[in-house]
Write a protein that binds this ligand. Structure first.
Ligand code: KIV
Length: 275
């Protein structure tokens, strides 16, 4: 019996091969309809643990569970035929030991059908990244600002402003690349440092708040679509103002319902045989 052909999605190796070819286009995705809209335009879709804030109203990503990531990973995979899909490992699902990381990463891959996992961390996670990669799990690293460490790192501050901080990001990036990550997210990091790391590493860097010097860019999709009027950090560009569009639509609906203008005759079922 021959094996079924692998789906035509881009693989982590395809993403790695884009280094020095063209910038990698990436967004976060959490649901099937949004994944369908993004699939034709993005190389990589990340089912990010930012879903804790974006979809569930949590203050940080710390409360996100493996079950939440798997449910949204499955939803995104249902909407994708082309993009490479990576699922974030949530806080507490990989830091304890490399065995715990493998068990949970394998569960994510089996239950969602995704192409790899992302985990946050630098030198302290390098051994775990190597353990996963050697056992068949593609890993996207994540260094610089690491939101899962918000409770010990002094909040959401950009990194690389002094020598000690820059040196830590530098060492973290090298350790994760050396451990075999196919690419590296660099978050919230000053431009000269992001540039130096991107030029030095063989694997591509994907920046969020880390300057155009990275090998690709990622944004939280709901941020770039302007779904949050009260949150616009410097590194986010609004490509649409959907919060305004949605509130205007809901306001119009409410006023039409109150005025009995909706539903109109065209939205109303008539008994068959009568016009
Ligand atoms: O969870 C997420 O959305 C992320 C991106 C910010 C890279 O990790």
């Amino acid at each position: 019996m021959s094996a079924p052909p692998r789906q035509k999605r881009l693989t982590p190796s395809d993403i790695a091969a884009l280094k020095n070819q063209r910038p990698i286009v990436s967004l976060t995705a959490y649901t099937t309809p949004m994944a369908r809209l993004m699939d034709a335009h993005c190389d990589l879709l990340l089912v990010g643990d930012s879903l804790g804030m974006v979809l569930y109203g949590l203050d940080t990503t710390v409360g996100v569970t493996l079950e939440m990531m798997i449910a949204h990973g499955q939803a995104v995979l249902r909407g994708v035929t082309r993009a490479c899909v990576i699922v974030d490992m949530p806080f507490g699902s990989y830091q304890e030991s490399r065995e715990q990381a493998f068990r949970n990463a394998a569960r994510i891959m089996k239950e969602t059908g995704c192409d790899g996992v992302k985990l946050e961390g630098g030198t302290e996670m390098a051994d775990t990244v190597a353990f996963l990669v050697e056992r068949g799990i593609p890993v996207l690293g994540h260094v610089g600002l690491m939101p899962q460490q918000v409770n010990t790192s002094g909040g959401y501050r950009s990194k690389g402003h002094d020598d000690a901080e820059a040196d830590k990001v530098r060492r973290d990036a090298s350790a994760i690349a050396q451990a075999g990550a196919f690419a590296l997210v660099i978050e919230g990091t000053v431009e000269p440092l992001a540039r130096e790391i991107s030029q030095r590493l063989a694997c591509p860097t994907i920046g969020i708040g880390a300057s155009p010097a990275c090998d690709g860019q990622i944004l939280v999709s709901d941020d770039m679509l302007g779904l949050f009027n009260d949150f616009k950090p410097r590194f986010v560009k609004h490509y649409a103002e959907l919060a305004n569009v949605i509130s205007k639509a809901i306001e119009t609906y409410a006023s039409e319902v109150k005025a009995r203008q909706f539903p109109g005759p065209e939205h109303t079922f008539k008994p068959r045989g009568r016009s």
